[in-house]
Ligand binder design. Sequence first.
Ligand SMILES: Cc1cc2nc3c(=O)[nH]c(=O)nc-3n(C[C@H](O)[C@H](O)[C@H](O)COP(=O)(O)OP(=O)(O)OC[C@H]3O[C@@H](n4cnc5c(N)ncnc54)[C@H](O)[C@@H]3O)c2cc1C
Length: 437
Amino acid sequence: MVTRECDAVVVGSGPGGATVARELARAGKDVLLLEKGKYHRDLGSYLGAARMLDRAGFYKSREGVSMLKATTAGGATMVYSGSAAMPPPWLYPKYGIDLNPDAQETWEELGVDFLPDDLAGEASMRVMDAANAIGYQWEKSPKIMDTAKFVNGKCCGARTSLGCTCGAKWTARDYITQAESAGAVFQTSAECRDVIVANGTAKGVVVRQNGETAEVRAPTVVLAAGGIPTPVLLQRAGIEDAGKGCVIDPTMLVYGIHPEIGASEDPLVSVVTWEFYDQGIRLGTLIDPRLMTFFSLAKTGPAGAWKALAYDRMIGILVKVKDELGGRVDREGQVSKALTAADLEKMDRGAAISREILRKTGCPESAILQGEIRGAHPSGTCRIGEVVNDDLETQIENLYVCDASIFPEALDRPTVITIIAFGKRLVRHILAKENPA
Ligand SMILES: Cc1cc2nc3c(=O)[nH]c(=O)nc-3n(C[C@H](O)[C@H](O)[C@H](O)COP(=O)(O)OP(=O)(O)OC[C@H]3O[C@@H](n4cnc5c(N)ncnc54)[C@H](O)[C@@H]3O)c2cc1C
C-alpha cells in the first residue's frame, strides 16, 4: 500500500471541496484534493453529461424520485444553472452563523450580477412581464456568469445543463485551477473509501485510484463529497447519525407551448420570483434540453410525447419547494425520502401559479403540461448542530465536513455562494486552531 503525507486532505472537488483546497493552499498548506470522477471535457453533449452523472443521470431514490448526482471534477456546478443567492436570512438568527461577510466577498469576487435585458432571453422576459401584469412580483435573478463570454449574444440556454461550452458560467473547476496554482495537488479518479481514525482523531483517508489502494496521512481531513456520499463515509467512520434525515429540494417543470417563441436558448433561470418564499415555494424560468424534455414528457403519456415535438416553442417554469426533513441515506448511498402532504401541497400551489402565468404569456391551457417531481439538491444529511458542530467538525477530532450535507434544513435557494462562504469560514477556523492567538 502506497502512503503519502500532507497537511490536509480534501475529499470532493465541488464548490465546498474546491474552496477549502484553494484557501488552505493559499495559506501555505500542503493540500491534496481528491476527486472520484474524471476531468470530463466533452461538455454540452448528452453523452458527456451521462459520463459526468451517476448512473448516467438515472439515479433515483427508493421512492423513485430522480436526482442528479454529478461525479466529475467540479461536482454539480458542471451541470448547474449558475444562479446566485446570499445565504438564507434565517441562518444567523436561528443557528448563530453569520456567513454574510464571506458570501459578500464571494459575490464580488465571482462578479455576480443580473443579466442585461437583451441577454436574459426573450421568452423569459415575456414570462416576467406576464407575471407582473397579473400582479405577481417577478424579477431578474443574479447570475454567476461572465457575459463577455456569451457567443452571439446568447449563452447558457437549456443545453448548459449538459455542461457549459462557452465558459461563461462559473464552475468549481475555476477554484480547482486556483488551488493548483497555489500549490495544491489535485487527483481525479481518486475515490476516498474510508477515513482513517485512531483514538477518536482523524489521521487521513484510504483512497482507491487506478485499481490501487493507497493511504493518505494528514492531520486535517475535510469531507466535501456532497449530500449523498459524505454521510456514507461518515457512517463507515462510525458516525451513525450521519444520513439520518435529508432534504431534496423537490422540483417540477411546468411547460407551456407558445404560439411564437420558445425558451430553449434563454439563459436558465434568468427571471424568478421570491414572492412565495415564506410559503416555501420558488419559481423561475427553466427548460431542459430537447431529449430530456421528450423523455420527461413521454412519461406522462402519448399526448406528452406528442407535445414534446413542439420543443422549439416551449417555455418552462420551474417550481421548487422547501421540503420537510425526513428519510435517510443508507450505508450504500441509497436515498429514501418520501414527500409529505405539505410538500405536495406546496408543489400543487406552485404549479397552479405557473399555469396561470403561462396562460397570460400566451400559451393555451390545452398546451400546458406538468413534468414529474425530481429532487434537485440532496442535502442536509450531516446537519450542523447534529452531525457537525458550528465549526463543521464531527465528533471525530480534525474530521470536518464542508458541502451541502451540513445545511441544517432545506436551504430554499441556490446553494453555491453559501457553500463557498462556509468553506472560507472553515479554513479560517482550521488555521486559527493550529495557531491559537
Ligand atoms: C441541475 C442542477 C442545477 C443547479 N443549479 C444551481 C444554481 O443555479 N445555483 C446554485 O447555487 N446551485 C445550484 N445547484 C446546486 C449546486 O450545484 C449543489 O448544491 C452544489 O454543487 C453542491 O456542492 P457540494 O460541494 O456539496 O458537492 P458536489 O457539487 O456534489 O461535489 C461533490 C464532489 O465530490 C465527489 N465525490 C463524491 N464521493 C467521493 C469520494 N468518495 N471520493 C472523492 N470524491 C468524491 C463528487 O464526484 C463531486 O465532484 C444545482 C444543482 C443541480 C443538480
